[in-house]
Design a protein around this ligand. Structure first.
Ligand SMILES: [Zn+2]
Length: 480
């Protein structure tokens, strides 16, 4: 934030729902099919074709509504949003206007080290439009693929409660993790499964909200971050110079890192919404609503908050683990065995385990590593039975599908550290006796001489002396 200027950011997130068929017809809902093969008179908007609402769309939207603490309306209505564009053959989009399926919710998530709450104005269902494909080269033609026409979408509209680009990005990552957890969207950003419009306004502290500028079709979360940063700065500069912000819609150009005017208030679209005559109002009775449930306790945002506030994980670790169903379950099981180790468990997951899984393109369930084994391994380090280097060797053996337990492996691989005091005392005496020069160096203040002596002890014990203990013994003997 610069000076006393405050930003208010609102997001409109479009998510494609992963239903088998489209929202109003039985055409396949799939990405990447040959152009104009998944089409029929209904999704092409031919005269006389009548749409029928796909019930799955409704169920998925309600699930998202429950996850975002919305009230679910027992009566909602589809509406026609009229505009002309070649990717929309009907000349109108079937959406929801005044009576959306879900309203008045909120989302809590971790951002900037705190629990941030963003209010959700509404979630509604609507159909996607087709896709224009512009050919490159001399020809300069534009092709239209109607396969995407009628793909079901939910649009999640927030209140302007977001204050920074970072919060906007964290909000979107959270939405993505929830969509993925609920298994209602494939969340493939590169295929446009989640798209976003951004509203930014800036005002002086203590004054009413500023004029809202909208940015359309920002297609990546990093794009959202940059677009907001750019827009905040643009508006700050105008206000600082004494100017006023004009209400307009801008287009974010990710390649150039800037936004440009798309249309101003004077030529803003007037969509002339009216109730969709071909689809009756959606009436949901109590039993039906009760039949749609989600496990709220396992929602990634709530899990992450719990890991962060109650288990002391870092925000990054908490969010990452909570957003991955398999890692989350594994971590919870580890915690059930030994909660004292939650931080160490998280570190193992975030470093060695993930490194191994990513390198070998494996899921955790495809390895021999169980929560019991990981906790046993951590105990071996905590109790000083093996060194952290030794533990890594044991981990590698488990991952290489050795069926022995960590303790058995420690023995088999000769990794049990020697913590026996009299053994270590003798070892230290022997090394001190045979390295007079280093002892003198140490006494003359050369600190690295100690490292050399520890190294000699480790060498003589074939790496099995407990390094912390041998170091203490050496220091006390040398200081005598
Ligand atoms: Zn169709």
């Amino acid at each position: 934030m610069c000076d006393n200027l405050i930003s208010n950011i609102g997001l409109e997130v479009h998510a494609e729902l992963s239903t088998d068929t489209k929202i109003f017809c039985s055409c396949k809902n799939e990405f990447g099919a040959s152009p104009n093969t998944n089409v029929c008179p209904i999704c092409l908007g031919l005269h006389g074709a009548l749409p029928t609402l796909n019930e799955k769309t409704l169920q998925y939207a309600i699930k998202m509504g429950l996850a975002l603490n919305c009230s679910i309306n027992s009566r909602s209505e589809m509406a026609r949003k009229n505009y002309f564009y070649p990717d929309l053959p009907k000349g109108y989009q079937i959406s929801q206007a005044e009576k959306p399926i879900c309203e008045n919710g909120y989302l809590e998530f971790l951002s900037e080290g705190k629990v941030k709450r963003v209010n959700i104005e509404r979630i509604h269902i609507e159909e996607d439009a087709g896709k224009l494909i512009h050919s490159e080269g001399k020809e300069q033609s534009t092709y239209i693929d109607y396969n995407r026409c009628g793909v079901p979408l939910i649009e999640i509209v927030t209140r302007p409660d977001i204050e920074s680009p970072r919060q906007a990005k964290d909000f979107l990552e959270t939405i993505k993790s929830i969509l993925s957890y609920l298994e209602i969207c494939d969340c493939k950003m590169q295929e446009g499964s989640i798209r976003c419009d951004v509203n930014v306004s800036v005002h002086k502290d203590g004054e009413p909200l500023g004029t809202r500028v909208e940015m359309k079709n920002v297609n990546s979360f990093s794009g959202v971050f940059s677009a907001i940063e750019f827009e905040q700065h643009r508006q700050f500069e105008i206000l600082k110079a004494g100017g006023t912000i004009s209400q307009e819609t801008r287009r974010w150009n990710d390649a150039q890192g800037r936004s440009e005017v798309l249309r101003t208030k004077e030529n803003a679209n007037d969509y002339r919404y009216f109730p969709e005559p071909d689809i009756p109002p959606i009436l949901l009775n109590y039993d039906y609503l009760n039949s749609i449930t989600i496990d709220k306790s396992a929602l990634p945002n709530l899990k992450a908050i719990n890991y962060y506030l109650n288990l002391g994980l870092s925000q990054t670790d908490a969010v990452f683990i909570a957003s991955d169903n398999e890692l989350k379950q594994f971590f919870d099981l580890c915690n059930g065995i030994k909660q004292d180790y939650s931080n160490t468990t998280a570190k193992w997951i975030m470093t060695d385990i993930l490194k191994h899984l990513n390198k070998n393109r494996l899921a955790l369930s495809q390895t021999e590593l169980t929560p019991e084994y990981l906790i046993e391994l951590i105990s071996l380090i905590e109790e000083g039975t093996v060194s952290s280097t030794g533990a890594r060797k044991i981990f590698e053996a488990i991952i290489a599908n050795d069926s022995l337990s960590p303790h058995e492996l420690a023995e088999k691989l000769g990794l049990i550290q020697i913590s026996d005091n009299s053994f270590l005392e003798n070892l230290a005496d022997d090394v001190i006796e045979k390295n007079e020069k280093s002892v003198t160096d140490y006494k003359n203040g050369k600190d690295n001489a100690l490292g050399f002596l520890i190294g000699q002890c480790m060498k003589k014990s074939k790496g099995r002396a407990n390094p912390a203990l041998i170091s203490n013994i050496l220091i006390s003997k040398l200081n005598k």
